[in-house]
Design a protein around this ligand. Structure first.
Ligand SMILES: Nc1ncnc2c1ncn2[C@@H]1O[C@H](COP(=O)(O)OP(=O)(O)OP(=O)(O)O)[C@@H](O)[C@H]1O
Length: 253
């Protein structure tokens, strides 16, 4: 296999008169956990939105596993192995834990909805496979025993795990996590950190946007710090977070 998991070059994005990203370059090697840090409003979520195809960039290029893909929309990127979670939990009310994950797996179906409704043997076989994938994803995040529960009754930390399971159901090669530990206590975020490194060790490349510096230092192989629309530092987390330009961006000194 050739190519890094993700190579971003010269990426720019403007909202009206606001230049959020001016020229961002990042290279994420395969099978690593790569952190994206930076002060509020630095453009971290905007960067994930562009990489996952939710919005176009104004300029720049993106390559995934060696293939240029900056013109692709979200569905095509998902088929290329990109999955993501969002900063705010986005569970569908009234569905069980398993059904939430099945909804994530379903977009990778091969059998169209009409044939699926007709209940052909192929459609039934595919549904069985989707269910297996969903249970496998729940296993990965430690929620298999909760498969039959209504998702909204789960504790907050488990709802965040469920979001990750939903992304994992498509068996992504590149998983983008937007603040996966937002609002969590230390016990819960430690567990998410362990989960992320386990996923990496199993062969998923992970890009994680995080404000929690201890988590970044614990799990990331590299971190890029965004400020003023650019990457101001990219290195091993301990080295990066000691840099004067990074301290200035965060603490103003
Ligand atoms: N769709 C949009 N339209 C207009 N402005 C936007 C849009 N999305 C983001 N912005 C603005 O772009 C800037 C960067 O936002 P973004 O959410 O990417 O930052 P962030 O680094 O993820 O911030 P935080 O750490 O607070 O989540 C902010 O000033 C935000 O208000």
């Amino acid at each position: 296999m050739t190519g890094d998991a993700l190579v971003i070059d010269g990426l720019a994005k403007r909202f009206g008169g606001l230049n959020v990203l001016t020229s961002v370059g990042i290279t994420v090697p395969r099978d690593t956990v790569f952190g994206i840090a930076g002060p509020n409003g630095a453009g971290k979520t905007t960067l994930l939105n562009i990489v996952s195809g939710l919005m176009p960039a104004d300029a720049g290029s993106i390559a995934l596993f060696g293939d240029a893909c900056h013109d692709l929309r979200a569905a095509a990127l998902a088929r290329k192995g990109v999955a993501r979670t969002f900063q705010n939990i986005r569970l569908l009310r009234g569905l069980t834990v398993l059904e939430q994950v099945l909804a994530g797996a379903y977009r990778h179906r091969r059998v169209g909805s009409v044939r699926g409704l007709a209940g052909t043997p192929r459609a039934r076989a595919e549904l069985r496979e989707l269910r297996e994938r969903a249970l496998e994803a729940l296993d990965a995040v430690g929620l298999r025993d909760a498969a039959g529960r209504l998702a909204e009754t789960l504790p907050y930390g488990d709802q965040r795990r469920l979001e990750i399971a939903r992304a994992l159901a498509s068996r992504p090669r590149l998983l983008l996590l937007d603040e996966p530990t937002a609002g969590m206590n230390a016990a819960d975020w430690g567990g998410i950190g362990d989960l992320i490194t386990r996923l990496r060790d199993d062969g998923t490349t992970i890009v994680v946007v995080e404000h929690n510096m201890r988590l970044i230092q614990t799990i990331c192989d590299q971190v890029a710090v965004l400020a003023s629309g650019e990457v101001i530092a990219c290195d091993d987390p301990d080295v990066c977070l000691r840099r004067p330009e990074v301290r200035k961006a965060y603490f103003g000194k």
